[in-house]
Design a protein around this ligand. Structure first.
Ligand code: ADE
Length: 246
């Protein structure tokens, strides 16, 4: 069930905390923190590695290429966070996770606290996976570490929180109605590269709404036919879609 978004705290666990310096300076993150809407905490997993070498990785049992992230530092860091924030949802980033979507972003935005664990090297010791409530992939490609994936998820979740996005409703966007967004235009109305469609200058709100819906359908058909296969057409959409074929 979808109540009001209420995310309050994100803890990131990473072997590369500096990777988040830039993200924290984005207007999105900066605004969320300055307005007191949420707290973003980044912790170095090496602090949990123990010993003087503080090595986070080791070679895989059974052989094979690359190094594997050790389980203990991850389990200890997550356990420590859960002592103070027992309701935290713990997420591990891996290309072997469920693929991230706008629907998942909405679900995560409902949670008060998230722990985001960034994998590195060739993967994690499977025994670390026991502490994850969800494992998430941001798409079918391989990143060098989970840090960029965590930033993608944070961006998508934070912008849904009340008080972050000033003007436009996030409910009208691509994927919220299962279609790609219609094209947008601003001043000037005429450029050598093309004119703004007449209807958008007409002031006729109903005509504009229909034009935009039709352009959404056109784009989705051309660029993301996979979305249309799952789409449940309203009567109005079915009529506009038919017009595209003529
Ligand atoms: N780590 C490496 N590749 C990844 C991906 N595609 N999504 C999430 N975490 C990853």
């Amino acid at each position: 069930s979808e109540g009001d978004p209420r995310m309050k705290r994100i803890l990131v666990l990473t072997v590369c905390p500096e990777a988040f310096d830039g993200f924290l300076k984005l207007p999105l993150a900066e605004r969320a923190v300055k307005k007191g809407i949420m707290e973003i905490c980044v912790k170095d997993l090496r602090e949990y590695a123990g010993g003087s070498f503080r090595h986070m990785d080791d070679s895989p049992f059974g052989g094979g290429a690359g190094m594997v992230m050790r389980a203990r530092p991850i389990l200890d860091a997550v356990a420590e966070e859960k002592l103070a924030h027992s309701a935290s949802l713990c997420i591990g980033f891996t290309p072997a996770g469920e693929v991230f979507s706008q629907k998942m972003a909405r679900e995560l935005a409902q949670r008060e606290e998230l722990i985001l664990v960034c994998g590195h090297y060739e993967g994690m010791d499977e025994r670390a996976a026991g502490c994850f409530d969800r494992q998430i992939s941001i798409g079918d490609y391989i990143l060098s570490g989970g840090e960029t994936a965590a930033q993608v998820v944070m961006d998508a979740v934070i912008r849904l929180l009340p008080g972050i996005i000033r003007t436009r409703s996030t409910e009208e966007e691509s994927f919220e109605n299962g279609l790609l967004e219609y094209p947008q235009y601003t001043q000037p109305a005429h450029l050598p590269e093309g004119d703004v469609p007449e209807v958008l200058l007409s002031g006729d709100h109903e005509k504009i709404r229909l034009f935009r819906l039709k352009e959404s359908l056109r784009r989705t058909k051309e660029r993301r036919p996979d979305l249309l296969e799952k789409h449940v057409f309203t009567e109005e959409e079915a009529r506009l879609y038919k017009e595209l074929e003529n």
